[in-house]
Ligand binder design. Structure first.
Ligand SMILES: Nc1ncnc2c1ncn2[C@@H]1O[C@H](COP(=O)(O)OP(=O)(O)OP(=O)(O)O)[C@@H](O)[C@H]1O
Length: 280
């Protein structure tokens, strides 16, 4: 894949001082208060890098994804990608960004249109974002990359297993050849062999196509094998941002320690085992 233009700091995507709050109604007669869910969030992602964003439920991971996807009006902050400003700015002028940064949502089945064939679902972003001359050919390529052959092309959502539906959402995200794929809990709700399969598809994508990945999970073990860097969120802030091996060997923040303990408890074999460093 051709090298994309980078930000002045060498990153593909960078976010500075992001702050976000939501309106939270507190009662019939009282004014709505705003709940701060992101505070002073800074991050950057290099081309081809695989980064995990982990944290307990409610720590702000999905809110940060929505901010990075430029679908939230922030209180403050800046987002830059490929040396172009993403936020603040007009969201109507972000067609280039919608192509460069693709999203894999948390619930694959819900994000697929039950009336559309698999092939059509994968063609759809190519037609909407890419002016692709041969969308079907590119869609077939993307489906082949996730291991879905011709026999799946005419199926509808109801004719797919959970793992197959997840692979369709991955194919749909990678078909426009994005520079970055952001995936929200891409392995949750899948059984172990399918999780492995989806993990391998994502690894292959980044290794073969040079696509950067930002994978969100509340489960450190699910993403540590795949990612070389981990961002830990707690109460709307990034409290650690370190290489995976280092972070697991010596977690500093209490939120990181809790995630490492929880992940160790789910691993088979003697503890402490080098459970998440096998392939790093
Ligand atoms: N649209 C919204 N309006 C008001 N509050 C919201 C909204 N979306 C999220 N929140 C609140 O923002 C906080 C962060 O939520 P968020 O979904 O970002 O967390 P999360 O880390 O992704 O959680 P999970 O792992 O459970 O998906 C929570 O307190 C949540 O209740």
């Amino acid at each position: 894949m051709a090298q994309p233009p980078l930000n002045p700091d060498g990153s593909l995507l960078s976010a500075r001082a992001l702050a976000l709050s939501y309106g939270a109604p507190v009662g019939l007669w009282r004014r709505a208060e705003r709940q701060r869910v992101l505070s002073d969030v800074n991050l950057s992602i290099a081309p081809g890098e695989r980064v995990a964003l982990v944290g307990r439920s409610g720590s702000g991971k999905t809110s940060l994804l929505r901010a990075l996807l430029a679908i939230e009006a922030l209180d403050d902050g800046e987002i830059e990608c490929q040396s172009r400003r993403v936020y603040p700015g007009s969201t109507a002028a972000l067609r280039w960004y919608r192509r460069a940064v693709q999203y894999i949502p948390q619930d694959p089945a819900a994000s697929l249109d039950p009336r559309m064939s698999v092939l059509r679902q994968v063609c759809e972003p190519l037609l909407r974002l890419c002016d692709e001359r041969a969308p079907a050919a590119r869609a077939c390529e993307a489906l082949a990359l996730v291991g879905l052959g011709l026999e799946f092309h005419d199926r509808r959502r109801g004719e797919l297993s959970g793992g197959q539906a997840q692979r369709v959402t991955i194919a749909r995200a990678i078909a426009p050849r994005p520079q970055l794929v952001i995936a929200d809990e891409p392995m949750s709700g899948l059984d172990l062999p399918i999780r492995r399969q989806v993990g391998e598809v994502l690894r292959h994508l980044s290794e073969a196509e040079g696509t950067a990945l930002l994978l969100v999970s509340h489960d450190l073990a699910a993403v540590a094998l795949l990612c070389s860097r981990i961002l830990v969120m707690s109460e709307g802030r990034i409290v650690e941002d370190r290489p995976t091996r280092e972070l697991i060997a010596a977690p500093r923040h209490p939120a990181t320690r809790a995630l490492v303990e929880a992940a160790r408890a789910t691993q088979p074999g003697p503890s402490p085992a080098p459970w998440c460093c096998e392939r790093l």
